[in-house]
Design a protein around this ligand. Structure first.
Ligand SMILES: [Zn+2]
Ligand SMILES: [Zn+2]
Length: 261
């Protein structure tokens, strides 16, 4: 496969969080590459506000995107959403119902500096993951993290799980099973692919679907996926398992199915 059949990039950042670009630059970069869709998905509300969206910043960004839609709408479809964080072992994320209402796309990730919903959740989800740099996480920790992510996809209409197993160590096979049950996509992230061959083969044995994203924080990274393309070739991933290869994906909002597929 080559880059030209990748239809859209659904995970990009801007200066509204920790990226280095404007919304316009991301859209223009995507257009230049020939993408049909781009999503702008900055980090969510429980991250330090200097490096993340606040609710006010999100409204401002939406207005900016609406203007870009007027300008570029005939050439490219621009989606607006958030890369949220998991903030509780019960699956709570840092976006509420009305936040989600105003998103075209909902991504769930995990980043070290998001504020957990309680001290206990911080200790379990965050401190433990930080320690996993030093000490291999125990089976019990991995089980707990996995359960948290699965609870999140059961509770919220999450379109995409970003870079799973990157900082928060999980059982990728169990996540893939749940993702396929709930119609949540697993990201093939240009910056972080954190499953090895054997685990990935097991993930492929489920009916989970995947999506290619750049997670670009700089203009030259938007719509550029060399690592993902070589991963796909290496593992012979069938094209019909990847929703933005040669086709435009349909996200939860437009599926009209509530939370479950
Ligand atoms: Zn970031
Ligand atoms: Zn991320």
């Amino acid at each position: 496969m080559n880059n030209s059949i990748i239809m859209g990039d659904y995970h990009t950042h801007t200066k509204y969080s920790d990226g280095y670009t404007t919304c316009r630059e991301n859209v223009e970069a995507a257009l230049k590459i020939g993408l049909k869709e781009i999503a702008i998905t900055d980090h969510g509300f429980n991250n330090p506000s200097r490096f993340a969206l606040t609710r006010n910043k999100y409204i401002k960004q939406r207005a900016e995107i609406n203007l870009l839609r007027v300008e570029y709408g005939s050439q490219i479809n621009i989606l607006h959403g958030v890369e949220t964080d998991i903030i509780g072992c019960d699956g709570t994320i840092d976006a509420n119902e009305s936040d989600i209402e105003n998103m075209d796309i909902l991504i769930l990730g995990y980043h070290s500096f998001a504020k957990a919903q309680s001290l206990n959740d911080w200790r379990k989800l965050y401190l433990n993951s930080f320690l996993s740099w030093l000490i291999k996480p125990s089976e019990a920790v991995i089980r707990r993290n996995t359960k948290a992510l699965i609870s999140a996809i059961q509770r919220y209409p999450i379109d995409i799980l970003a870079h799973i197993n990157h900082l928060l160590k999980v059982d990728c096979y169990e996540i893939a099973k749940a993702a396929s049950d709930y119609g949540t996509l697993i990201e093939l992230n240009e910056k972080h692919i954190n499953f090895d061959g054997d685990v990935f083969d097991k993930m492929l044995s489920t009916t989970a679907k995947f999506i290619i994203n750049s997670d670009g924080h700089r203009v030259e990274r938007v719509g550029v996926f060399p690592n993902v393309v070589s991963f796909i070739n290496k593992h012979n991933i069938p094209a019909n398992r990847i929703v933005n290869l040669g086709q435009i994906p349909v996200f939860m909002k437009n599926k009209n199915i509530g939370q479950k597929s």
